[in-house]
Design a protein around this ligand. Structure first.
Ligand code: SAH
Length: 420
């Protein structure tokens, strides 16, 4: 029997999560995966109906254990029982989670083992109220193609007693751990990571491959949590850009440069724009790591950057944009209209703000050619969408050409000096 909200799971192929009630992290928990996809498809269709016929959603063959970044908060309850998991919804009580349906299974096993090691190493969990204790959180990050694993121990102070033996004991069961980092977080804060990282084993970062590029993942760097789906999403975004090797591309809201770096291989030049300094630093590292020289990263508000481009009468052939959930803003969109690129590829993590921004562009000369939803986060209500917009009235070629040459390569080097 099926109820309206899909909560009745009888006769249906649903793996129930034993922590669902306490954890509350997965809003589509208990709903058959096929139905989850249908709900997401309908949601995007409803919002994009005025603009385009939406293509079928790209779902996962196996929607479980997809998260390659796993985080557990540590605490101690009763007579010293260590618990590790997530905060119960709207509280600071920790729900002890042995294994989670959407998290990588090896990452969960590492967290379980760390829990088991604490007693013999006399490591106390941190108490938020008293500020006493050492271990606050553990974060595990895993490369999808490389299988490299990074364990981040978030401690209230920089010293972990018998750290070498601790690493040895952990690696005995998990030889795939390639690096272990202590992250120092001595502040009273709900932020998981502090600013200081101390590598106690390995290189202090891992690498992963996406669409033929290699990316460095440091403890604090942003990297999509579902790499299998990300690869498909990026491939679609690049295909929509229809690059021939001649284009000047803007990768707006570029994060650590992933989309722009992949695009750079088939474009003349790429300009990545991003507000977050740390992300720009990672993007520059990634450009060097892949020996990509026709890309340049700008640490600025994407709207401001586009407005200044429009004022200088510069041009762009393709604008790829991947804004946060709040979507883009009028400064950015009006500058897009002024710059008048042939194509805009909009990668969205929120169909509501996507629809709002599409309406703006459609009113001003763009047509939505296609839209494909991607399920990056099974068991949750989130849905990503890749949209291609074409310019109905492309400008004649009266642009100022800013050809990227070796100077820009040095600009990357200079940026590295200033972005510290
Ligand atoms: N394209 C990247 C990141 C997308 S997430 C990827 O696929 O990995 C959205 C990014 O937009 C974040 O990195 C955030 O820091 C950045 N951002 C948010 N507001 C911005 C703004 N006003 N200008 C430029 N970047 C912004």
């Amino acid at each position: 029997m099926e109820t309206k909200n899909g909560k009745n799971t009888k006769k249906r192929n649903v793996q129930m999560c034993p922590y669902a009630k306490k954890c509350g992290g997965c809003d589509y928990q208990g709903i058959e995966y096929k139905r989850q996809l249908k709900m997401k498809q309908e949601n995007v269709e409803k919002l994009l109906k005025p603009f385009v016929k939406v293509s079928p959603i790209v779902g996962m063959d196996n929607p479980y254990h997809y998260r390659h970044k796993v985080h557990a908060v540590f605490d101690c309850i009763g007579r010293g029982e260590v618990v590790a998991g997530v905060y119960k919804k709207n509280s600071h009580d920790v729900v002890d989670i042995e294994s989670c349906q959407i998290e990588d299974e090896e990452a969960d096993a590492i967290i379980r083992d760390i829990k088991g090691l604490l007693k013999s190493f006399r490591i106390k969990t941190y108490d938020e109220d008293t500020g006493y204790g050492l271990l606050r959180h553990v974060m595990v990050r895993k490369g999808y193609h490389t299988g490299q694993i990074m364990v981040i121990l978030v401690l209230a102070s920089p010293i972990l007693p018998s750290k070498n033996n601790f690493v040895k004991a952990l690696r005995k069961n998990h030889p795939d751990i390639s690096t272990v980092v202590i992250n120092v977080n001595d502040k009273k804060t709900s932020m998981v990571l502090g600013e200081r990282n101390i590598t106690i084993y390995g290189k202090g970062f891992i690498e992963d491959k996406l669409c033929g590029c290699t990316f460095r993942i440091s403890p604090n760097s942003f990297y999509q949590v579902n790499p299998a789906q990300t690869e498909q999403l990026y491939a679609k975004a690049i295909a929509c850009a229809k690059l021939t090797g001649e284009e000047k591309v803007i990768d707006a809201y570029c994060g650590t440069g992933t989309i722009g770096l992949i695009a750079a291989k088939s474009a003349k030049e790429v300009y990545g724009v991003e507000l977050n300094k740390g992300a720009i630093k990672d993007a520059i590292t990634n450009a060097k790591r892949n020996d990509i020289k026709n890309i340049c990263f700008i640490n600025e508000d994407a709207g401001k950057y586009m407005v200044s481009m429009a004022e200088k009468k510069e041009y762009a052939d393709v604008v790829i944009m991947d804004p946060p959930r709040s979507g883009s803003d009028e400064a950015f969109l009006s500058a897009v209209v002024k710059l008048s690129p042939k194509r805009v590829v909009y990668v969205s993590c929120n169909p509501k703000t996507l629809a709002r921004d599409l309406a703006y562009l459609v009113k001003r000369g763009y047509k939505v050619m296609e839209a494909t939803p991607f399920d990056m986060f099974p068991m949750t209500e989130h849905v990503e969408t890749v949209c291609l917009l074409s310019n109905r009235k492309p400008k004649p070629d009266t642009h100022v050409d800013l050809t990227l040459d070796m100077e820009d390569y040095y600009r990357i080097k200079d940026q590295e000096k200033t972005v510290k």
